[in-house]
Ligand binder design. Structure first.
Ligand code: 13P
Length: 283
């Protein structure tokens, strides 16, 4: 069942769990995430970045995710991750995406507000919720390298003002995580997170979660994170499944053969993360 992220995240907020948001790159990953959601009874968000959309287009990804959603009673959201322009946000909205992120976090505060508000104006007219971002998530995200180590945290007072002025439905926050593969063990600044939670009433979103120890993720969820994003580790899981198969069956030329172990690895990973974020049985 295709739904918007609004009801899922508000339920998560009310009942103290989070919904996993998993970046999908191809049909096999959509199928694997769906299988994990069904097996665990988890609501789920499937999302694509602008870089992914360059590969096959909004229409292809939306068709795949909608097909998955129509096969199940589990609530499935089709989300634009890190929308980087007004035009892309509107294109995703028109294509049928049921949740839109507009990421103006690299812009000055006022410009971020203006861009984000222009997107909420459009999307809210069609009852599609919007995620904004304030503060920086480091590392390599999509095609953009935000650099490791320079991680300005989200300022709680600015976050409060940002939410009031843009009317976003959820907010991605900078609390010390990075996109991509971590060089060391990441340390989330949970005090910053709690301070934001004190003054921001809407669901908060954690980005860059691949490689963050499960205990830290659970702590973040207990402090108000309602959506947890995983991308890099799904790609690695898929690749590992394919690689292991090709190592033992070097002559297998059929994608239907080597795709299966790729899907199995992604499904295993996603099921375990659904446990961590607390979404199991919430569908
Ligand atoms: P990771 O690639 O670090 O899991 O980040 C995912 C993410 O935040 C997508 O927006």
């Amino acid at each position: 069942m295709l739904v918007t992220s609004k009801e899922l995240l508000l339920d998560a907020q009310k009942r103290g769990y989070a919904v996993g948001a998993f970046n999908v790159e191809n049909m096999e990953m959509v199928m694997a995430v769906l299988a994990a959601a069904e097996e665990t009874g988890s609501p789920v968000i499937m999302q694509t970045t602008p870089g992914t959309l360059k590969y096959a287009g909004l229409d292809f990804y939306f068709a795949n995710i909608r097909a998955a959603a129509e096969r199940t009673k589990i609530p499935v959201v089709c989300h634009l991750d890190h929308g980087n322009s007004f035009d892309l946000a509107c294109a995703a909205f028109r294509a049928g995406y049921t949740s839109i992120m507009i990421d103006g976090s690299k812009k000055p505060f006022e410009d971020n507000i203006a861009l984000t508000k222009s997107v909420t104006d459009v999307c809210h007219a069609g009852n599609v919720p919007v995620e904004g971002e304030l503060g920086k998530v480091g590392g390599k995200e999509d095609d953009l390298d935000n650099g490791e180590g320079e991680n300005p945290y989200t300022d709680p007072d600015q976050a409060k003002e940002f939410v009031a002025r843009t009317q976003v439905d959820s907010l991605a926050v900078g609390v010390g995580t990075s996109h991509g593969v971590y060089k060391g063990v990441p340390k989330v600044n949970v005090d910053v997170l709690s301070a934001i939670r004190e003054v921001v009433p809407i669901p908060l979103v954690l980005h860059g979660t691949s490689g963050v120890p499960d205990e830290q993720v659970r702590d973040c969820v207990s402090r108000g994170i309602c959506k947890v994003n995983y991308a890099t580790d799904l790609r690695i899981a898929f690749m590992n499944g394919v690689k292991a198969h090709m190592a033992s069956h070097p002559e297998d030329y059929d994608p239907k053969k080597y795709g299966v172990p790729g899907m199995e690895e992604v499904k295993k990973y996603v099921m375990q993360k659904m446990e961590v974020v607390g979404s199991v049985g919430r569908a």
